[in-house]
Design a protein around this ligand. Structure first.
Ligand code: NDP
Length: 436
């Protein structure tokens, strides 16, 4: 704790994995040798750097950039970049730690990393975002490479930002190294279905959990928090599977639409105009209401399935208690660590099927690895081909978590299953490499 002072999110993520490891070391005491567990918790490398840029008024602005290269045991570091004012080294470390196990769960050869900046893209012009991204990449590029470290998007980093960063990387290195970034535009090496992958993937994972209860999305009331990349494509896929999404949100509040969220309207507001969720209620008209975040929580809306897809620690103990009281049967994390440990405990104790983010939202990074495969072979797959691979990967992740939980005496406990399966896949190559 002293070594990582002031990093509560990182402590939370490590503690959550440690809680599951007791059962592993009881069976395999050799994992206690050579400080293996301590080594897994220590990032291989952390880079913190200055990002100076000029705003539209000609003033020089300074932000801080981060890249935490957590583990290369399974392959090149892989994980997104987050641009949000809340970003600090502890948040990036928690995300990098989670990413390492998540990437291992995909079964694909990718290590774990995460990065970003405290830059806030909200309200910034395209020119400002471009100058920021170019300055950020001017420093970061020396640490990247298709065999070294391959970033992608996350909160605040979408196709626009990836485009500016890839352009700058190409200019600085004089190499068209497509495999150095994922989430690229379709015209220059991006993969079809990458944009949809995290939301679709979580829907597949949840579907598999529902099947274990001999049911499906058909006719279920579903609440999805957020209205960004993960939320929008979760809404699309859940709707295609017969579920009805009755509420979604952004940081200003949430909307309830009993007729089912109108996805096309939501996309027009969020993806095209970069507007606020309150505009959805204004434009959709009667029967829809907006509740500001000071006045209530999206988790007060009764539902059968909850898919938190906004940000860390957005769903707390009292929200979990309300959801259980309202009869929720499955909760699956689209975001990274959206449920606090207390909320997770409430769900697990109530017997609610609970999909932890490191398993349920792994579809995004899995499809990023498929983008790397396409880039390496100078090939391009169809949407159907890519989505079919994604569906298979999500099914395999679900089954691995389910089987491992069973093997370790906790049937149906996906948290335990994901932590143990992920840990073993990272620990084995580390043992093979010796003390490194
Ligand atoms: P986006 O930036 O596209 O969207 C984030 C959404 O969450 C926005 O609607 C944002 O609203 C909302 N939000 C942020 N903070 C809050 C809050 N406190 N309360 C309510 N809503 C909030 O990001 P993504 O959709 O890409 O990422 C969402 C989560 O999913 C993150 O935890 C990310 O790490 C995780 N994830 C993303 C993957 C991907 O492929 N994109 C892959 C795996 C995980 P506002 O606009 O008001 O800020």
């Amino acid at each position: 704790v002293r070594r990582n002072a002031g990093e509560p999110e990182f402590h939370q993520a490590v503690r959550e994995v440690f809680d599951s490891l007791g059962r592993v070391v009881a069976k395999r005491p050799d994992y206690l040798e050579d400080a293996l567990i301590e080594r897994i918790c220590e990032p291989e490398r952390q880079i913190i750097f200055r990002v100076p840029w000029t705003d539209d008024q000609g003033r020089v602005q300074i932000n801080r950039g981060f890249r935490v290269q957590f583990s290369s045991a399974m392959g090149p570091y892989k994980g997104g970049l987050r641009f949000h004012p809340s970003v600090n080294v502890g948040i990036i470390k928690f995300l990098g730690f989670e990413q390492t196990f998540k990437n291992a769960l995909t079964g694909l050869p990718i290590g774990g990393g995460k990065g970003g900046s405290d830059f806030d893209p909200k309200g910034r012009s395209d020119g400002e975002v471009m100058r920021f991204c170019q300055s950020f990449m001017t420093e970061l590029h020396r640490h990247l490479g298709e065999y070294t470290d391959v970033p992608a998007g996350d909160i605040g980093v979408g196709a626009r930002e990836i485009g500016y960063m890839f352009g700058q990387y190409k200019r600085l290195t004089n190499r068209f190294e497509a495999g150095v970034l994922t989430g690229k535009g379709l015209f220059y090496g991006g993969s079809l279905a990458r944009k949809e992958a995290t939301g679709y993937g979580n829907t597949y994972f949840t579907q598999a959990m529902l099947e274990t209860a001999k049911t499906s999305f058909d006719g279920k009331r579903v609440v999805v928090s957020g209205s960004g990349n993960v939320a929008i494509y979760t809404i699309e896929k859940v709707r295609a599977c017969g579920g009805k999404i009755v509420a979604c949100s952004d940081s200003s509040g949430y909307v309830v639409d009993e007729a089912g969220i109108d996805l096309e309207l939501l996309q027009e507001i969020k993806e095209t105009r970069r507007g606020r969720i309150s505009e959805y209620a204004e434009l959709r008209g009667s029967g829809v209401h907006f509740v500001s975040s000071e006045k209530g929580s999206i988790w007060d809306v009764p539902c059968d399935v909850a898919m938190p897809s906004a940000t860390q620690n957005e769903l707390m103990e009292e929200h979990a208690t309300t959801l259980v009281r309202n009869g929720v049967m499955a909760v699956s994390e689209g975001a990274n660590m959206p449920c606090t440990p207390e909320a997770t405990r409430v769900f697990r104790e109530a017997g609610v099927r609970f999909g932890p983010g490191k398993a349920a939202n792994a579809g995004g990074v899995a499809t990023s690895a498929l983008e790397m495969q396409q880039n390496a072979s100078r090939d391009r797959w169809t949407f159907q081909q890519t989505e079919a691979r994604l569906a298979t990967i999500m099914r395999e992740i679900h089954d691995a978590c389910y089987t491992v939980a069973d093997e370790y005496g906790a049937p149906g406990d996906y948290v335990l299953g994901a932590n143990i399966a992920g840990f073993i896949r990272v620990a084995e190559p580390m043992r093979a490499f010796g003390v490194v």
